[in-house]
Design a protein around this ligand. Structure first.
Ligand code: ATP
Ligand code: MG
Length: 471
């Protein structure tokens, strides 16, 4: 059975039991109250009758009868019994002399012990009807006066009153059951949906089904909907990641194809033309070597990116002097800079300490410098400045060269992305440099963005955390 139905059934049963117990309790309370009222009324009657008899000084039938006549009560039965249990008078029974001894009767027994007694619903041996008896012992007269009224009449009344209560209880019961069933149905629906969701995940089935599209507008519905949404989002992210990985592998294969093909070409020529000049052969071998170097560079970049992605903890962070690293790069690039009539305006102080991985920090500045030399254009200037951002150092690496068109700016950090594919490849670029820069910056708790300079050229602004302890 579904959980909603189970819940609904058990709550209905509990409520039904509760309503029934309450009705039984109410019935008994009412019955007791009615009996109490009846008893007070009859005891009062008994006492008044005894007073009347006492004042008249006789218990003759005629005197009793005239009292009863004067104080008429419908269906009233009055019995007078002496202290030995002998019936002396009964207004309902003509030959009361023949009636058996009443001393053993409950109400008489109680009256002889406590002064008054009652008996309820006792089927009268004499009348064949149900009566409520109330007996009083009158010590002055040495008599029991017992009056009784049919109990049936009152019970029916009471039941009639109960009937209204029963109808009311039934109506409340139906209304509550209706509300409850609506509530549990909603609850059950949500639970069923979650069950379907769990089953489909386990079987690896699609979650894009109508049943999982909408949830009821309550707390559980909201929670269920959120769980399903988060899971779907995770699935999409995973799919996107897989797609990205596939694309990267394809790109990597594509990038490696060119050097492999040219190495193959040169080798084939050497093999199929054993008679080519030594000079030619030497030239071909040099070409092969440079293509193999290019392949190594690509593979190195890919492995750096993979390492940052998959095993960032493998990097050991130490205190590094960024100024020193930059100084080395400027020195190493001196020849290239000169070739392009470029100038590197390094405005960093003599020492700038940070906590990080020296090789990655080296690649950040190295890639930016190489890019500027490759793409900015002859005669341009590179300017490197820094500012203190409390927990981070902020760097601005700027050049005044050809720049990058605005539409490419947001994409240059993607792997294998090049603005001018042909030109970049000719210069030996694979489009991995800035991807490494971005990942390395992020690994050092920083961020990077590229902007167009007003006077042309491109400006990279990025931060590097000063120490590992900072957020
Ligand atoms: P790799 O760095 O992997 O050898 P790459 O230099 O082509 O290859 P990135 O360093 O990622 O790749 O640069 C991406 C592209 O951004 C470059 O192809 C180039 O078109 C452009 N670019 C980068 N820096 C500059 C710059 N300073 N001025 C103009 N264009 C630039
Ligand atoms: Mg580059």
């Amino acid at each position: 059975m579904a959980i909603g139905k189970k819940l609904s059934a058990s709550i209905t049963v509990i409520f039904g039991l509760f309503a029934f117990s309450f009705m039984v309790f109410q019935h008994y309370r009412e019955k007791e109250f009615k009996i109490e009222c009846l008893n007070i009324q009859l005891q009062d009657y008994n006492l008044r009758l005894s007073e009347s008899l006492y004042s008249s000084g006789s218990i003759a039938d005629s005197i009793v009868e005239s009292y009863i006549h004067r104080h008429e009560m419908q269906n009233l039965r009055v019995t007078i019994i002496d202290s030995l249990g002998q019936v002396l008078y009964d207004n309902r029974i003509q030959d009361y002399i023949t009636m058996d001894n009443h001393l053993h009767r409950k109400e008489i027994r109680e009256a002889s012990e406590k002064g008054q007694g009652t008996d309820i619903e006792r089927t009268s041996a004499t009348m064949g009807e149900e009566y409520f008896y109330s007996a009083t012992y009158i010590p002055q007269l040495g008599l029991f006066i017992r009056s009784a009224l049919p109990y049936n009449h009152d019970l029916k009344d009471s039941l009639r009153a109960e009937k209204e209560y029963i109808w009311l209880a039934l109506a409340v019961f139906i209304v509550l059951t209706f509300i409850l069933s609506r509530f549990t149905r909603k609850l059950g629906n949500n639970i069923n949906k979650l069950q379907t969701f769990a089953k489909r995940i386990a079987l690896g089935e699609s979650l894009e089904i109508e049943e999982l599209a909408e949830f009821s507008n309550d707390e559980l519905g909201e929670i269920a909907e959120r769980i399903v949404k988060i899971y779907k989002k995770l699935q999409i992210t995973k799919e996107e990641q897989n797609k990205l990985k596939r694309e990267l592998t394809q790109n990597a294969a594509h990038e490696l194809k060119t050097p492999v093909a040219s190495i193959q070409g040169y080798m084939e020529t050497i093999l199929t033309h054993p008679d080519i000049s030594d000079e030619m052969r030497q030239q071909f071998i040099v070409q092969c070597f440079s293509q193999a170097q290019r392949m190594t560079a690509i593979l190195q970049d890919i492995s750096t990116l993979n390492k940052i992605d998959e095993a960032p903890v493998a990097y050991e962070f130490n205190e590094v002097d960024i100024s020193q690293i930059v100084g080395q790069i400027v020195d190493a690039s001196a020849l290239h800079l000169k070739e392009h009539r470029m100038h590197f305006d390094n405005k960093l102080p003599s020492s700038l300490l940070a906590y990080g991985d020296a090789s990655l920090i080296h690649s950040i500045f190295r890639n930016l410098t190489d890019n500027a030399i490759s793409y900015a254009g002859d005669g341009s200037t590179i300017t490197l400045t820094h500012s203190d951002k409390d927990t981070h150092w902020q760097f601005t690496f700027s050049d005044n060269g050809v720049g990058i068109p605005a539409e490419h700016l947001s994409r240059i950090f993607e792997r294998f992305y090049r603005v001018d594919k042909g030109r970049s490849r000719k210069l030996g670029g694979t489009g991995l440099g800035l991807a490494i820069v971005k990942n390395a910056v992020q690994l050092h708790g920083g961020m990077i963005a590229a902007f167009q300079n007003k006077d042309g050229g491109v400006r990279f602004v990025f931060t590097i955390r000063k120490s590992v302890g900072h957020p």
